[in-house]
Ligand binder design. Sequence first.
Ligand SMILES: [Fe+2]
Length: 150
Amino acid sequence: MDELIEQIKVVLADSFVMYTKAHGYHWNIEGDDFPYLHDFFAGIYEEVYGSIDSTAEQIRQIQGRAIHTLLEFDKYRTVSDVAVTVPTDYTAMLSDLLSANQLVLASLMRAYDLADSNKEFGLANYLQDRMMAHKKHAWMLRSTLNKAGD
Ligand SMILES: [Fe+2]
């Protein structure tokens, strides 16, 4: 069970870092596609932020301590905390978010396997829902990148 608790902390930290990236890109994007990309990044950060509370509460439900300091998020994250700083480089922003999203998905899959082997089926169900949400983010990010590359 300890390994499962530790892995949900990784999911929480990775989700939080992905959220901060998407919110930062929502703020800083510039260029011709500003209106579209500003809203596109908002859709991602709002969805991912919406999972933070419930993921932390899943840790509590299996009697772990929910991490919440920036130092703890930094310790547990696998997603890079380095962000794109060129405001017009939307392709780099989209690629960075796509990479972050893939790492969140990988963390979710590890957590799912551990939840399943610990017979925490409700938690496994929750993690499946998160995987579906991040699969959708991957699809939308990939498709938007293709449009940006035209
Ligand atoms: Fe905003």
